[in-house]
Design a protein around this ligand. Structure first.
Ligand SMILES: [Fe+2]
Length: 327
Protein backbone atom coordinates (compact mmCIF):
# COMPACT_ATOMS: atom_id res chain seq x y z
CA UNK A 1 0.00 0.00 0.00
CA UNK A 2 1.44 3.39 -0.93
CA UNK A 3 1.52 6.35 1.39
CA UNK A 4 1.76 10.05 0.67
CA UNK A 5 5.18 11.41 1.70
CA UNK A 6 3.69 14.17 3.87
CA UNK A 7 1.50 11.64 5.69
CA UNK A 8 4.47 9.36 6.34
CA UNK A 9 6.53 12.24 7.65
CA UNK A 10 3.70 13.41 9.89
CA UNK A 11 3.13 9.91 11.28
CA UNK A 12 6.86 9.44 11.94
CA UNK A 13 7.05 12.83 13.68
CA UNK A 14 4.13 11.96 15.99
CA UNK A 15 5.63 8.55 16.70
CA UNK A 16 9.05 9.97 17.60
CA UNK A 17 7.47 12.68 19.77
CA UNK A 18 5.57 10.02 21.73
CA UNK A 19 8.74 7.90 21.87
CA UNK A 20 10.76 10.80 23.30
CA UNK A 21 8.22 11.10 26.13
CA UNK A 22 8.22 7.36 26.85
CA UNK A 23 4.64 7.17 25.61
CA UNK A 24 2.77 4.18 24.27
CA UNK A 25 1.05 3.18 21.03
CA UNK A 26 -2.21 4.27 22.66
CA UNK A 27 -0.90 7.82 22.79
CA UNK A 28 -0.20 7.76 19.05
CA UNK A 29 -3.77 6.55 18.39
CA UNK A 30 -5.16 9.29 20.61
CA UNK A 31 -3.14 12.08 18.95
CA UNK A 32 -4.02 10.97 15.41
CA UNK A 33 -7.60 10.03 16.36
CA UNK A 34 -7.39 6.60 14.73
CA UNK A 35 -7.98 3.10 16.13
CA UNK A 36 -5.16 0.75 17.05
CA UNK A 37 -5.41 -1.44 13.94
CA UNK A 38 -5.34 1.56 11.61
CA UNK A 39 -2.44 3.00 13.58
CA UNK A 40 -0.38 -0.22 13.21
CA UNK A 41 -1.14 -0.37 9.49
CA UNK A 42 0.09 3.20 9.08
CA UNK A 43 3.18 2.36 11.09
CA UNK A 44 4.12 -0.37 8.60
CA UNK A 45 3.45 1.75 5.50
CA UNK A 46 5.45 4.60 7.04
CA UNK A 47 8.35 2.26 7.81
CA UNK A 48 8.25 0.95 4.24
CA UNK A 49 8.29 4.49 2.91
CA UNK A 50 11.17 5.60 5.19
CA UNK A 51 13.10 2.37 4.68
CA UNK A 52 13.68 1.85 8.42
CA UNK A 53 11.91 0.63 11.54
CA UNK A 54 10.35 3.04 14.00
CA UNK A 55 11.46 2.30 17.58
CA UNK A 56 9.25 0.27 19.90
CA UNK A 57 7.07 2.28 22.23
CA UNK A 58 6.47 1.73 25.89
CA UNK A 59 9.49 -0.51 26.33
CA UNK A 60 11.76 1.89 28.16
CA UNK A 61 11.92 2.95 31.75
CA UNK A 62 11.24 6.68 32.01
CA UNK A 63 14.29 8.73 32.93
CA UNK A 64 13.85 9.92 36.49
CA UNK A 65 16.75 12.24 37.10
CA UNK A 66 17.14 14.53 34.09
CA UNK A 67 18.11 18.03 35.32
CA UNK A 68 15.50 20.70 34.69
CA UNK A 69 17.95 22.78 32.64
CA UNK A 70 18.66 19.89 30.24
CA UNK A 71 16.77 20.17 26.96
CA UNK A 72 14.96 16.99 25.88
CA UNK A 73 15.24 16.55 22.11
CA UNK A 74 14.44 13.89 19.53
CA UNK A 75 16.90 13.28 16.71
CA UNK A 76 16.80 10.87 13.81
CA UNK A 77 19.80 10.86 11.48
CA UNK A 78 23.41 12.03 11.48
CA UNK A 79 24.79 14.60 13.90
CA UNK A 80 28.28 16.10 13.92
CA UNK A 81 29.54 17.05 17.36
CA UNK A 82 32.73 18.96 18.13
CA UNK A 83 33.98 20.61 21.29
CA UNK A 84 36.78 22.71 22.72
CA UNK A 85 37.42 25.06 19.84
CA UNK A 86 39.15 27.68 22.01
CA UNK A 87 39.19 29.99 18.97
CA UNK A 88 42.42 31.98 18.79
CA UNK A 89 43.17 34.81 16.35
CA UNK A 90 45.65 34.05 13.54
CA UNK A 91 45.66 30.38 14.46
CA UNK A 92 43.17 28.27 12.51
CA UNK A 93 43.76 24.55 13.14
CA UNK A 94 43.43 21.83 10.50
CA UNK A 95 40.67 20.21 12.59
CA UNK A 96 38.53 23.30 11.98
CA UNK A 97 38.90 22.87 8.22
CA UNK A 98 37.91 19.19 8.61
CA UNK A 99 34.87 20.08 10.71
CA UNK A 100 33.50 22.40 8.04
CA UNK A 101 34.27 19.79 5.35
CA UNK A 102 32.51 17.10 7.41
CA UNK A 103 29.29 19.12 7.38
CA UNK A 104 29.50 19.34 3.58
CA UNK A 105 30.25 15.61 3.26
CA UNK A 106 27.83 14.06 5.77
CA UNK A 107 24.97 16.57 5.39
CA UNK A 108 23.94 16.06 9.03
CA UNK A 109 20.50 16.89 10.42
CA UNK A 110 22.15 18.68 13.34
CA UNK A 111 25.55 20.13 14.31
CA UNK A 112 26.49 20.55 17.97
CA UNK A 113 29.35 22.59 19.39
CA UNK A 114 29.68 21.01 22.82
CA UNK A 115 31.34 23.73 24.85
CA UNK A 116 34.49 25.86 25.07
CA UNK A 117 33.89 27.64 21.80
CA UNK A 118 35.86 30.45 23.43
CA UNK A 119 39.00 30.41 25.50
CA UNK A 120 38.46 33.84 27.13
CA UNK A 121 42.12 33.78 28.08
CA UNK A 122 42.02 37.33 29.49
CA UNK A 123 39.08 36.53 31.75
CA UNK A 124 40.81 33.97 33.94
CA UNK A 125 43.44 34.02 36.65
CA UNK A 126 46.61 36.05 36.13
CA UNK A 127 48.56 35.26 33.00
CA UNK A 128 51.64 33.11 32.99
CA UNK A 129 54.59 35.49 33.11
CA UNK A 130 54.46 37.96 30.22
CA UNK A 131 52.77 35.59 27.78
CA UNK A 132 50.84 37.29 24.99
CA UNK A 133 47.10 36.78 24.87
CA UNK A 134 44.43 38.14 22.56
CA UNK A 135 41.99 40.64 24.07
CA UNK A 136 38.45 39.53 24.80
CA UNK A 137 37.27 41.59 21.82
CA UNK A 138 39.82 39.95 19.50
CA UNK A 139 38.64 36.52 20.63
CA UNK A 140 35.01 37.50 20.08
CA UNK A 141 35.66 38.77 16.55
CA UNK A 142 37.74 35.70 15.70
CA UNK A 143 35.07 33.26 16.92
CA UNK A 144 32.27 35.15 15.18
CA UNK A 145 34.07 35.43 11.85
CA UNK A 146 35.37 31.87 11.85
CA UNK A 147 31.98 30.42 12.80
CA UNK A 148 30.44 32.03 9.72
CA UNK A 149 32.01 29.34 7.51
CA UNK A 150 30.50 26.60 9.66
CA UNK A 151 27.14 28.36 9.80
CA UNK A 152 27.12 28.65 6.01
CA UNK A 153 27.86 24.93 5.60
CA UNK A 154 25.14 24.03 8.14
CA UNK A 155 22.56 26.27 6.51
CA UNK A 156 23.30 24.84 3.08
CA UNK A 157 22.36 21.32 4.26
CA UNK A 158 19.62 22.66 6.59
CA UNK A 159 21.33 21.32 9.73
CA UNK A 160 20.01 22.56 13.05
CA UNK A 161 22.74 24.38 15.01
CA UNK A 162 23.07 23.86 18.76
CA UNK A 163 25.71 25.09 21.16
CA UNK A 164 26.18 23.90 24.74
CA UNK A 165 28.08 25.86 27.36
CA UNK A 166 31.59 24.95 28.46
CA UNK A 167 33.52 26.10 31.50
CA UNK A 168 35.56 28.55 29.39
CA UNK A 169 32.39 30.02 27.83
CA UNK A 170 31.01 30.61 31.33
CA UNK A 171 33.94 32.89 32.11
CA UNK A 172 32.17 35.73 30.26
CA UNK A 173 29.16 35.95 32.61
CA UNK A 174 31.28 35.10 35.66
CA UNK A 175 33.71 37.92 34.94
CA UNK A 176 31.03 40.57 34.47
CA UNK A 177 28.76 39.47 37.31
CA UNK A 178 31.68 39.53 39.76
CA UNK A 179 33.03 42.92 38.68
CA UNK A 180 29.93 44.79 37.53
CA UNK A 181 26.98 43.23 39.31
CA UNK A 182 25.15 46.59 39.35
CA UNK A 183 24.95 46.42 35.53
CA UNK A 184 22.82 43.28 35.51
CA UNK A 185 20.21 43.42 32.77
CA UNK A 186 22.09 45.83 30.49
CA UNK A 187 22.30 44.76 26.84
CA UNK A 188 25.35 42.67 25.98
CA UNK A 189 26.21 41.66 29.53
CA UNK A 190 25.61 37.95 28.91
CA UNK A 191 27.33 35.33 26.77
CA UNK A 192 23.92 34.38 25.42
CA UNK A 193 23.27 37.89 24.09
CA UNK A 194 26.69 38.03 22.42
CA UNK A 195 26.01 34.84 20.45
CA UNK A 196 22.54 36.09 19.47
CA UNK A 197 24.15 39.28 18.17
CA UNK A 198 25.96 37.18 15.58
CA UNK A 199 22.57 36.40 14.00
CA UNK A 200 23.90 33.05 12.81
CA UNK A 201 21.07 31.00 14.33
CA UNK A 202 22.97 29.01 16.98
CA UNK A 203 20.72 27.98 19.87
CA UNK A 204 22.36 27.84 23.29
CA UNK A 205 21.80 25.14 25.90
CA UNK A 206 23.28 23.84 29.13
CA UNK A 207 22.98 20.21 28.01
CA UNK A 208 20.85 17.93 25.83
CA UNK A 209 19.09 14.61 26.45
CA UNK A 210 18.72 12.94 23.06
CA UNK A 211 16.00 10.36 22.37
CA UNK A 212 15.88 9.61 26.11
CA UNK A 213 19.17 7.69 25.99
CA UNK A 214 22.11 10.03 25.35
CA UNK A 215 23.24 12.93 27.53
CA UNK A 216 25.26 15.60 25.72
CA UNK A 217 27.15 18.04 27.93
CA UNK A 218 30.56 19.63 28.08
CA UNK A 219 32.04 17.74 31.02
CA UNK A 220 31.58 15.35 33.87
CA UNK A 221 34.26 12.93 35.05
CA UNK A 222 37.87 13.63 34.18
CA UNK A 223 41.13 11.73 34.30
CA UNK A 224 42.23 8.49 32.70
CA UNK A 225 38.96 6.76 33.60
CA UNK A 226 36.64 9.68 32.78
CA UNK A 227 34.76 7.93 29.97
CA UNK A 228 34.48 4.71 32.00
CA UNK A 229 32.97 6.61 34.93
CA UNK A 230 30.65 8.59 32.67
CA UNK A 231 29.14 5.54 31.00
CA UNK A 232 29.01 3.45 34.16
CA UNK A 233 27.54 6.04 36.51
CA UNK A 234 25.13 7.90 34.24
CA UNK A 235 23.07 4.86 33.21
CA UNK A 236 22.78 6.32 29.71
CA UNK A 237 25.15 7.05 26.84
CA UNK A 238 27.16 10.25 27.25
CA UNK A 239 28.85 12.61 24.79
CA UNK A 240 31.33 15.00 26.39
CA UNK A 241 34.24 17.30 25.59
CA UNK A 242 36.61 19.12 27.96
CA UNK A 243 39.20 16.31 28.24
CA UNK A 244 40.47 16.88 24.66
CA UNK A 245 40.63 13.09 24.36
CA UNK A 246 39.03 11.47 21.31
CA UNK A 247 37.71 7.99 22.01
CA UNK A 248 34.64 5.94 22.83
CA UNK A 249 34.13 3.64 25.83
CA UNK A 250 31.61 0.85 25.40
CA UNK A 251 29.63 -0.53 28.36
CA UNK A 252 27.31 -3.48 28.23
CA UNK A 253 25.09 -4.83 31.01
CA UNK A 254 21.72 -6.58 31.46
CA UNK A 255 19.94 -3.45 30.17
CA UNK A 256 21.87 -3.34 26.89
CA UNK A 257 24.74 -1.39 25.38
CA UNK A 258 25.67 2.23 25.93
CA UNK A 259 28.61 4.51 25.14
CA UNK A 260 30.72 7.29 26.56
CA UNK A 261 32.13 9.32 23.69
CA UNK A 262 34.77 11.99 24.29
CA UNK A 263 34.96 14.18 21.21
CA UNK A 264 38.54 15.51 21.16
CA UNK A 265 39.15 19.16 20.45
CA UNK A 266 39.40 21.54 17.50
CA UNK A 267 42.93 22.75 17.95
CA UNK A 268 46.53 21.63 18.09
CA UNK A 269 48.21 20.02 21.08
CA UNK A 270 50.98 22.61 21.15
CA UNK A 271 48.64 25.45 20.16
CA UNK A 272 49.09 28.89 21.74
CA UNK A 273 45.99 28.45 23.93
CA UNK A 274 47.58 25.54 25.75
CA UNK A 275 50.81 27.06 27.00
CA UNK A 276 49.76 25.99 30.49
CA UNK A 277 50.74 22.46 29.44
CA UNK A 278 54.36 23.61 29.36
CA UNK A 279 54.98 21.64 26.15
CA UNK A 280 54.55 18.29 27.89
CA UNK A 281 53.00 15.33 26.07
CA UNK A 282 49.22 15.14 26.41
CA UNK A 283 46.82 12.32 25.70
CA UNK A 284 44.75 14.59 23.46
CA UNK A 285 43.63 14.24 19.86
CA UNK A 286 42.37 16.93 17.48
CA UNK A 287 39.12 15.86 15.84
CA UNK A 288 35.40 15.35 16.41
CA UNK A 289 32.64 12.74 16.26
CA UNK A 290 29.98 11.84 13.73
CA UNK A 291 26.97 10.30 15.47
CA UNK A 292 24.11 8.38 13.91
CA UNK A 293 20.82 8.31 15.83
CA UNK A 294 18.09 5.90 14.86
CA UNK A 295 15.48 5.73 17.61
CA UNK A 296 17.07 3.93 20.53
CA UNK A 297 20.28 3.20 18.61
CA UNK A 298 23.44 5.29 18.66
CA UNK A 299 26.35 4.63 16.33
CA UNK A 300 29.50 6.72 15.97
CA UNK A 301 32.58 7.51 13.90
CA UNK A 302 35.59 9.40 15.26
CA UNK A 303 37.44 11.72 12.90
CA UNK A 304 41.06 12.01 14.04
CA UNK A 305 43.23 14.81 12.69
CA UNK A 306 47.00 14.29 12.64
CA UNK A 307 49.06 17.27 11.55
CA UNK A 308 47.55 18.20 8.20
CA UNK A 309 45.81 14.94 7.39
CA UNK A 310 42.75 13.02 8.51
CA UNK A 311 40.75 10.02 7.41
CA UNK A 312 37.06 10.73 6.92
CA UNK A 313 34.19 9.17 5.01
CA UNK A 314 36.44 6.39 3.66
CA UNK A 315 39.25 8.52 2.29
CA UNK A 316 42.28 10.57 3.30
CA UNK A 317 42.11 14.35 3.46
CA UNK A 318 45.22 16.52 3.16
CA UNK A 319 45.81 20.24 3.29
CA UNK A 320 49.51 20.80 2.67
CA UNK A 321 48.83 24.47 2.09
CA UNK A 322 47.31 24.86 5.53
CA UNK A 323 49.06 27.62 7.47
CA UNK A 324 49.49 25.80 10.78
CA UNK A 325 52.61 23.78 11.35
CA UNK A 326 52.21 22.50 14.88
CA UNK A 327 50.97 18.97 15.52
FE1 LIG B 1 36.44 22.69 29.05
Amino acid sequence: MSVRPENAQKFAAVWMEVYSKNGTAKDVSAILKIDHRDMMRRRRTTEDFLGKRLPSLGGREPLRHVPQYTQDITVSGTVIVASDLHHWPDHEPFAWFMLVEAVKQYKPVEVWLNGDIFDWSQLRFPRKGWEERPSAMEEMECARDRTQALTKACDKVKAKKRLTMGNHDERFDKYLSLRASEMEGFPGMTFDSQIRNWEQGWEIYHSLMVNGHTMVKHAWHGGVHGAYNNVLRSGVSMVTGHSHKLHARHWSDYRGVRWAIETGFIGEIQGPQFGYGDGNPADWCPGFAVLHFDGEHLDHELIECHGKQARMNGKWWYRDDYPCTRL
